[in-house]
Design a protein around this ligand. Structure first.
Ligand code: GLU
Length: 379
């Protein structure tokens, strides 16, 4: 883990996987409702530099509603839910197009992913979204993510991209989340009030820190400091460091790397450890998978669990549920998120990878439990 107290920017330099969240107020000119192209070009170059340094980069971009409301001719002021959704439907096309043209100008590929709250909270959908994100990253692309505003009702909406970005960071085990905003960080009270002090570092999110968050400072997007603190709780809990930084400069990431003032939140564990303790400790175990000696040894060497080594399956589980992996004497060896629902897992039990498709009638995944979703017990 990076020691942020000495130098926060090291968290970006050392990171393997960075999520950058861009607020609407940066992307869209409040007066004209138009996209700020030059700024987007600058950020595109920053992203390209991070990619050249060998990092995975994911972008969570707001701006669909802000762009779309102008395109559809809505008046200033609060929109009804269905008006926001119509604005998002219209603006998302423009937003994705702008990002694609900027990133392709930097020789980068991109793919659009629109998520709702359930996609990041329901394990089955979560695994599907994560698999798509990982495949995009493996192919060198920069995933471009936003909330699927047009289908989400008020109950299943995030409503703000700060928390969505933190969930994405947790989902892909990112080690750094950058929230680019129209404010440079956290203050002890609203910055225009006398005596407001700037906080460069937050090691622990205490009730006092939460009380400092105040209310939203902008009416262009929906995120104020409260949602940023909520995002910080999710990110640091998942092992990512998080920074709130003012993003309006033409090279906002470069500015952070040059030591600009911003607020860093320190994680208490690495992403891998945080994920493993989540799998090992906080999920209800729905089933048991007994495996042979060969598979036990393979798991101890750090491999995934393949169907070939599975001898017996008990319990009722869906894809994405937590299961215990036991040896033939019943001793728990590992715990993990199973990639198949019980009937499919039964169908491929003991079978070689090449036979999975024949048994299932569709091309399934090679692993019963992927090693990223597996934690050895007692390790
Ligand atoms: N998803 C919204 C949009 O693209 C932004 C939500 C937010 O402001 O955080 O317009």
């Amino acid at each position: 883990m990076t020691d942020l107290s000495s130098n926060g920017k090291l968290a970006i330099e050392k990171a393997n996987r960075v999520v950058i969240k861009v607020g609407s107020a940066l992307l869209v000119d409040i007066e004209t409702g138009l996209l700020r192209h030059d700024w987007l070009l600058g950020l595109g170059k920053d992203v390209a530099q991070l990619k050249q340094a060998g990092k995975d980069v994911l972008i969570v971009s707001s701006g669909a509603i802000a762009l779309g409301r102008h395109l559809l001719g809505f008046a200033k002021g609060a929109l009804k839910l269905e008006e926001s959704q119509a604005a998002a439907a219209c603006g998302q096309i423009a937003l994705a197009h702008a990002w694609q043209s900027v990133l392709s100008g930097c020789d980068l590929k991109t793919g659009q992913i629109l998520l709702t709250l359930t996609d990041t909270e329901q394990r089955r959908r979560y695994l599907n979204a994560r698999a798509t994100l990982f495949t995009l990253l493996k192919q060198g692309a920069v995933p471009l993510i936003n909330e699927n505003d047009t289908v989400a009702t008020s109950e299943i909406r995030y409503g703000d991209n700060d928390r969505l970005a933190a969930r994405v960071a947790s989902m892909v085990s990112a080690d750094c989340l950058v929230l680019l905003s129209d404010i440079d960080g956290l203050y002890s009270k609203p910055p225009h009030l006398p005596g407001a002090e700037f906080l460069p570092m937050v090691d622990k999110i205490t009730p006092e820190i939460e009380a400092m968050a105040g209310v939203a400072e902008t009416d262009v997007g929906s995120g104020g400091m409260i949602t940023k603190i909520e995002a910080a709780k999710i990110a640091v809990g998942a092992g990512a460091s998080m920074v709130i930084a003012k993003g309006n400069a033409l090279s906002p990431i470069g500015r952070i790397l040059d030591g600009a003032r911003c607020t860093w939140f320190t994680p208490s564990a690495t992403p891998t450890d945080a994920r493993k303790s989540w799998i090992a400790g906080s999920l209800e175990v729905r089933g048991t998978i007994a495996i042979d000696v060969g598979a036990v040894n393979a798991l101890k060497r750090g491999t995934s669990l393949l169907p070939a080594g599975v001898r017996k399956i008990e319990g009722e589980f869906e894809r994405g549920d937590a299961v215990a992996v036991v040896d033939e004497s019943g001793k728990e060896i590992a715990r993990g998120l199973v990639a198949y629902e019980k009937p499919d897992a039964m169908a491929i039990m003991g079978c070689q990878t090449g036979d999975i498709e024949k048994r299932l009638g569709f091309s399934g995944r090679d692993e019963m439990i992927h090693r990223d979703d597996l934690v050895l017990m007692g390790s």
